[in-house]
Design a protein around this ligand. Sequence first.
Ligand SMILES: C[S@@+](CC[C@H](N)C(=O)[O-])C[C@H]1O[C@@H](n2cnc3c(N)ncnc32)[C@H](O)[C@@H]1O
Length: 194
Amino acid sequence: MSLEDALRKRAERIGRLRQTCRSIFELSQIITLEIGCGKGHWLSAYAAANPSELCVGIDLISERIRDAQRRAKNRNAANAHFVKAEAFEFLEAMPRDARIDKVFILFPDPWPKEKHHKRRLMQKAFLDYLRQFVSGGAKLYFRTDHAEYFDWTLSAISENSNWKTLALTELPVEEVSQFQRILPNFQTLAAEAV
Ligand SMILES: C[S@@+](CC[C@H](N)C(=O)[O-])C[C@H]1O[C@@H](n2cnc3c(N)ncnc32)[C@H](O)[C@@H]1O
């Protein structure tokens, strides 16, 4: 695919996401976002426990999003919305005045080979970009089983003046996600938007 075609397709995806976002954000201009929500195990539980929050889960894989939607319905979590979207594209499609108050990134792909580290979500470019869409004091929670990715993320956040790490190692709601079930040895960190 040529670069021109790739950019055109990206713009079309963002256009469709804007439509989806419009109806979701009609409910509230402030959201709780899970990036890479998989089959929605964790966010469905979180949304059910926090019915006053508008919760949005995004993932690249349609089948996982369909599973997540079913799971939220079964839990009567009407405040949980699941959207097939890539993280940067979702942020770009959000309404201009909307803000994210909490971001959860649980067991993201660790891309363990050094030549693939540039594909990791948690790096300066993403942290800087994300900051533009969150409210001051917004919380970011990150959990991984991959010790090296944990240290990498801790450094990326510690070195970023937009974020400060918090002395928190638990999520506000604990529910075993699909990946947590098979990866029981994990570390968690939290940060606050400065
Ligand atoms: C290892 S799985 C973890 C799923 C879930 N959080 C859990 O704990 O079970 C990582 C998920 O992130 C999604 N993902 C990877 N990169 C993404 C991106 N840039 N934007 C949105 N989702 C992404 C993948 O499709 C995959 O479902």
